[in-house]
Design a protein around this ligand. Structure first.
Ligand SMILES: Cc1ncc(COP(=O)(O)O)c(C=O)c1O
Length: 358
């Protein structure tokens, strides 16, 4: 039998989360962001599951959109980084993708396309994050100059830097700077990611772009609403060895953990090559037989070791939850000094995604 290391993808949780977030913004339309292989959940699977509730999808790059087309997904796809090269304008047209334009170079590539073979576009505005987008002062002029490239699909979009932090006033500043410039243009807007959808009602535009929340990640520093998001991924692996380690003995590479008392140590078939973070320290929680246990010793490439001294009858083949319903991915991310976005997207291709439908 092969190794039992799996990412279980919960179709019901994806649907529940999308619907909850969409319902929080009833005047908007919502699209699922499925870039980076749907935050590690499997873009084709996720798009198939959500295609009846999400009438558009968003990806980062055109290759991600084409992979969805190859799998038979037909909804329009917004490409958030737009074109990296001129030829992508034609690819976007052929594949019914909407390019998010953030530079004059991209608009020039689009202008060079035959007028009847141009993809729809959005315009991206830099309202303060300073990553991508036209400067606020240039937006009105860009809209005037390139009006012939706009269509009834065109949306003016921006992105927030701090929307998960409800105490951070920067979101209000971005919002008002953006609105001051774009409201007079009288075009549809798209501002909110999932944190903004939950935390900043004033940011709800024509389209909200829902990523992390769809996957059950933590979207707010405070519980502002009664929205409950469910983890869409359970990362689990089985125990492949159990041993008694005498007091005073070290475990794993570098012997970073030493048994303070006689201990029972289980070896689990998952490591950093699977996407379990090497930075997880001693004490990072896992779940075995309905009880919490702790990671002990360094994370190896293919294995970890956990202390199961307090859990009776742990055996080879028992399943261990690394994150999911009982151990939140956010808790593990905090242990590893990172964020849930990174943990989700780093689950490697070696880990089969098993979609569970209820
Ligand atoms: C431009 C843009 N919009 C929307 C999203 C989705 O954000 P979130 O995952 O926080 O909902 C992202 C994700 O990084 C993004 O880059």
């Amino acid at each position: 039998m092969s190794r039992q290391t799996q990412a279980i993808i919960h179709a019901d949780a994806l649907l529940h989360n999308f619907k909850q977030l969409a319902a929080a913004a009833p005047a908007s339309q919502s699209m699922a962001v499925v870039k980076a292989d749907a935050y590690g959940h499997g873009a084709v699977n996720v798009a198939r599951i959500l295609q009846h509730v999400s009438s558009r999808f968003a990806v980062a790059i055109i290759e991600e959109a084409i992979a969805l087309r190859d799998a038979g997904i037909t909804a329009p796809i917004v490409v958030l980084e737009g074109a990296h090269q001129a030829k992508e304008c034609q690819m976007a047209y052929q594949h019914n993708c909407i390019l998010v334009m953030h530079s004059k170079a991209q608009l020039a590539w689009l202008e060079a396309c035959p007028a009847d073979r141009r993809p729809h576009i959005w315009l991206k505005v830099d309202s303060g994050m300073h990553r991508l987008g036209f400067a606020l002062d240039d937006v009105a002029q860009i809209v005037t100059t390139y009006r012939h490239l706009l269509s009834d699909e065109t949306v003016i979009a921006t992105h927030f830097a701090c929307a998960d932090d409800v105490d951070n006033e920067f979101t209000e500043r971005q919002l008002s700077a953006f609105e001051r410039v774009v409201l007079p243009l009288n075009l549809p807007l798209s501002l909110a990611n999932s944190p903004a959808t939950v935390n900043w009602q004033a940011s709800h535009g024509r389209w909200n772009r829902l990523g992390l929340g769809v996957y059950g990640g933590k979207v707010s520093t405070q519980a502002l609403t009664d929205i409950t998001l469910l983890p869409a991924m359970t990362l689990r692996a089985s125990i492949l060895a159990v041993r008694d380690v005498p007091q005073g003995e070290g475990v794993g590479y570098g012997q970073t953990w030493t048994a303070e008392k006689p201990s029972r140590i289980a070896t689990v078939g998952i490591g950093y090559a699977d996407g379990y973070p090497r930075h997880c320290p001693n004490g990072t929680p896992v779940m075995v037989k309905g009880q919490r246990a702790s990671l002990v010793g360094r994370v190896s490439m293919d294995m970890i070791t956990i202390d199961v001294t307090h859990i009776p009858k742990v055996e080879i083949g028992d399943m261990v939850e690394l994150w999911g319903e009982h151990v939140s991915i956010d808790e593990v991310a905090q242990c590893a000094g990172t964020i849930d976005y990174e943990l989700m997207t780093r689950v490697s291709q070696r880990v089969p995604r098993i979609v569970k439908y209820l």
